[in-house]
Design a protein around this ligand. Structure first.
Ligand code: SF4
Length: 422
């Protein structure tokens, strides 16, 4: 039986339904799909099983056309006595890889859940290998399905990078750090916006391993993704200041997110005149989608951890009605500004007991369900319209220019369903 509890929401009037039971989510290895595209001289070596290799192959099959930047070292079943061999084998694989690929400057050993892998101490392996293969850095993190859900793999990866960031001098000029993997096109747009109002900005992760920015008490940071709770905590422990803001989804979210930085840097007036036309374009573009989405009821199963900001965007800017907003984890500190903007009528749930949640979904009969791949097909068979949450992570959706594309992602399944019904 799953444990259920409710407690007052931070803003005081919406309870959180906490569930612990069977849950349906991808593991954190999935993050490699977007992380390897972002850090261009990094390589992700999954230390795992054939299952892990298959997952990665199907999640990112496109890579067969290019020189891959991830792979799986398959650790077969072995007893404790065989661990020394496994470490030697891992060292051999890494040396062979780096001899063949001198372009790799940063190597991640990514842990997984098979018991043979859990027995290996990948942190020590990374330390040992870093010394042996310098100047290539070797770091480790876990993408195991036991420890991480789908987007937590990125949190674990970025957390591994934080100790690598140089100490910025306390006398350094104040600077902004944007935290979270963004497609290059979105990063470039945001960089131009900050530079136009004279805010020095860097991004984590950087595009190249050697471009990792420094950090210290002169750094303020904005989270670009809501699933980076541990990374945020580590950055604050390094002296950086978190700037509370909603996430940059939609015209309103993007304005509030940019404004949080502008205010901290004394650039509010400059921001206002700099973003006016982009914001007006986004608002006008969203208006077209509002006609299609207004009044439609939406149900979120916990998966990407984008659920709360998306529900806020869809309800406030497109008039949708979130029925239940489920998220695997609720980082209350980093979601505070979002939670304040959710409608009072919503059921906010954290964790999952999938059977109970399916019952609630069936009884709510929403117009659209946002869920992982594993639930989408069965729900479609039951006549529900679904949206794969994984698409929301793979598609550029942040900022003014992408606001309409984000809305379109929710219109498409409704149009498809209407066509099927004709
Ligand atoms: S890490 Fe675990 S959950 Fe993920 S693919 Fe490998 S075995 Fe499966």
């Amino acid at each position: 039986m799953a444990a259920l509890s409710t407690e007052p929401r931070p803003s005081g009037h919406l309870p959180i339904l906490r569930e612990r039971g069977q849950h349906e989510v991808f593991c954190g290895l999935t993050g490699i799909v977007w992380l390897h595209r972002k850090i261009q001289d990094a390589f992700f070596l999954i230390v795992g099983s054939r299952t892990c290799a298959h997952l990665m192959q199907s999640a990112a099959g496109v890579m067969i056309f290019a020189e891959p930047r991830f792979a799986t070292a398959i650790i077969e079943e072995r007893d404790l006595a065989g661990l020394a061999d496994a470490n030697e084998e891992l060292d051999r694989v890494v040396r062979r890889l780096l001899a063949r690929r001198p372009d790799i400057k940063l190597l991640f050993l990514v842990g997984s859940c098979p018991s043979e892998v859990i027995k290996l101490d990948l942190r020590r392996a990374a330390e040992r290998l870093s010394a042996a293969v310098a100047p290539t850095r070797v770091l480790n993190y876990s993408g195991s399905g036991i420890e991480t859900t789908f987007t937590q793999g990125e949190d674990a990866c970025l957390s591994a990078l934080v100790p690598e960031m140089a100490e910025a001098s306390p006398n350094a000029a104040p600077s902004l750090l944007v935290v979270g993997t963004l497609p290059d096109i979105v990063e470039d747009q945001l960089r131009r916006t900050f530079e136009a109002i004279d805010i020095p900005v860097a991004f984590l992760p950087a595009r190249r391993a050697g471009e990792l920015p420094g950090i210290g008490s002169s750094t303020s940071f904005l989270l670009a993704q809501p699933f980076l709770g541990e990374t945020g905590r580590l950055l604050e422990a390094r002296g950086a200041t978190y700037l509370p803001a909603p996430f940059p989804f939609g015209a309103e979210g993007t304005t509030a997110w940019l404004s949080a930085a502008a205010e901290a840097f004394g650039k509010s007036a400059a921001l206002e005149s700099s973003i006016g036309s982009a914001r007006r374009r986004a608002v006008a573009a969203l208006e077209r989608y509002r006609e299609r989405l207004q009044g439609r009821r939406i149900f979120f199963f916990p998966d990407s951890q984008l659920e709360v900001p998306l529900a806020r965007f869809l309800s406030r800017e497109l008039g949708m009605v979130p029925v239940e907003v489920g998220t695997p984890y609720l980082h209350q500190k980093y979601l505070q500004r979002e939670l304040e903007l959710l409608p009072d009528s919503v059921t906010l749930s954290e964790g999952q007991d999938v059977e109970r949640q399916l019952d609630r979904c069936r009884s709510a009969q929403p117009d659209i369900v946002v869920c992982g791949l594993g639930l989408a097909n069965p729900l479609e068979v039951e006549g529900m319209t679904t949206k794969w949450s994984i698409e929301l992570v793979f598609t550029p959706v942040h900022g003014f220019e992408q606001a309409a594309d984000l809305a379109e992602l929710f219109v498409r399944p409704l149009v498809r369903r209407e066509r099927l019904e004709v």
